[in-house]
Design a protein around this ligand. Structure first.
Ligand SMILES: Cc1cc2nc3c(=O)[nH]c(=O)nc-3n(C[C@H](O)[C@H](O)[C@H](O)COP(=O)(O)OP(=O)(O)OC[C@H]3O[C@@H](n4cnc5c(N)ncnc54)[C@H](O)[C@@H]3O)c2cc1C
Length: 349
């Protein structure tokens, strides 16, 4: 799990980067690498707390068979490699940052986040996939009131659950990942409303082997606490209606994600549910490009492989925008990087 906030290698870059990439899915991460290759300063923002887009949020343990150069690769391993590749150029990565608005201000693009922060950039690539992911939340308002006070949908710091009595809710990959990561470090019970898991079988087996009690057909009914601290969780069996009260310090819900194009449709022209782009991945807004699942053109294929190609094109378009007169063609990395390495100008991480 790659959680990040700040510069990949710790050093800081200019406050107004050449390029801001909205979305840290495979397309956004590859765009960050490619922009680094073209010596652009880069900021990546993502609404989620982890990078990797759909690969991390929806199928980290599934193998992907159609990424060039890999006979097969685990989704989470591909994210790790993409991160390492772009980290060579030290992009600034801001997770838990959702972009709510884009507008021109002079020659710059002004990005406003959902919590009111304002970021400026010379150019922008929208690599927002299927839109911002938000965790599916419990609907009961009584339970919602505990959010952030012992009830969590994201793990920002795993250590906060160490030595705690923890109830994990969910049967997908995220629930199993956290059960594997925290099962030996906390006193854990895992409940799932069905007996079928939507997680990788190997992960479920590992959690079982760790001895984590797994209760299927059980759901969370209510949380009991005092002075703003969770003490107990009442769970119920959705078949027998039997109830049980567990002593818990925290509840971690992994109920999947909702996606929403949200305000993106107000920024740029939309066609067929995606951001309309031309051959150079330009959108209807000057200095703003799109790539990956979010981009729409007549020959669209929503695949990781095509997202990489679109990312390279979008970066070269952005590069020419910030470097007037520069060549659109980046040259061959096998030649340009060899030259830079000989001159000591490129030290891969
Ligand atoms: C189960 C499953 C299996 C798949 N298997 C394959 C496969 O085998 N091969 C293949 O090629 N493809 C596969 N795909 C499709 C592939 O995952 C997508 O094509 C790919 O993830 C698109 O990458 P992306 O970077 O464009 O978008 P995404 O991966 O969707 O990432 C976009 C990111 O942008 C962020 N974002 C969105 N809006 C905002 C905003 N306003 N502010 C900040 N952040 C924002 C989101 O949080 C997200 O992290 C699969 C998809 C699924 C669901």
């Amino acid at each position: 799990m790659i959680q990040h906030n700040g510069h990949a290698n710790g050093h800081s870059a200019p406050e107004i980067p050449d390029l801001t990439i909205i979305g840290a899915g495979p397309t956004g991460l590859y765009a960050a690498f490619y922009a680094g290759l073209r010596a652009m300063s880069v900021r990546i923002v993502d609404s989620l707390s982890e990078i990797g887009g759909q690969l991390t949020a929806l199928y980290p343990k599934k193998y992907i068979y159609d990424v060039a150069g890999y006979p097969k690769v685990l989704a989470e391993e591909l994210v790790k490699s993409l991160y390492e590749q772009c980290a060579q150029y030290n992009p600034e990565i801001l997770t838990d940052t959702k972009i709510e608005n884009l507008a021109h201000e002079g020659d710059l693009v002004k990005l406003t986040t959902s919590d009111g922060r304002v970021l400026y950039s010379k150019t922008v690539i929208i690599a927002a996939g299927v839109g911002a992911f938000t965790p599916r939340k419990l609907e009961n308002p009584e339970l919602q009131a505990w959010e952030g006070k012992g009830l969590y949908y994201f793990v920002k710091d795993p250590a906060m659950f160490y030595d705690k009595k923890l109830l994990v809710v969910g049967g997908g990959d995220s629930a199993m990942d956290w059960a594997m990561a925290l099962g030996n470090k906390s006193t854990m019970t895992l409940i799932h409303r069905r007996d079928k898991f939507v997680a990788h079988e190997d992960s479920v087996n590992k959690v079982k082997a760790m001895g984590v009690p797994i209760k299927t057909f059980w759901e969370l009914k209510t949380i009991i606490g005092e002075n703003g601290v969770i003490r107990k969780a009442v769970i119920f069996n959705n078949k027998t209606k039997e109830e049980e009260t567990l002593e818990v310090d925290a509840v971690l819900c992994n109920l999947g994600f909702l996606t929403n194009l949200g305000s993106i449709k107000d920024w740029v022209e939309i066609e067929n549910g995606g951001v309309k782009v031309n051959h150079a991945m330009e959108t209807s807004m000057k200095g703003v490009y799109a790539a990956g699942d979010i981009a729409w053109h007549a020959a669209k294929l929503k695949l990781i492989a095509t997202g990489f190609g679109e990312a390279a094109t979008a970066v070269c378009s952005a590069y020419v925008q910030v470097t007037p007169g520069a060549s659109f063609f980046p040259g061959h990395s096998s030649t340009t990087m060899e030259k830079k390495e000989k001159e000591g100008k490129h030290q891969p991480a």
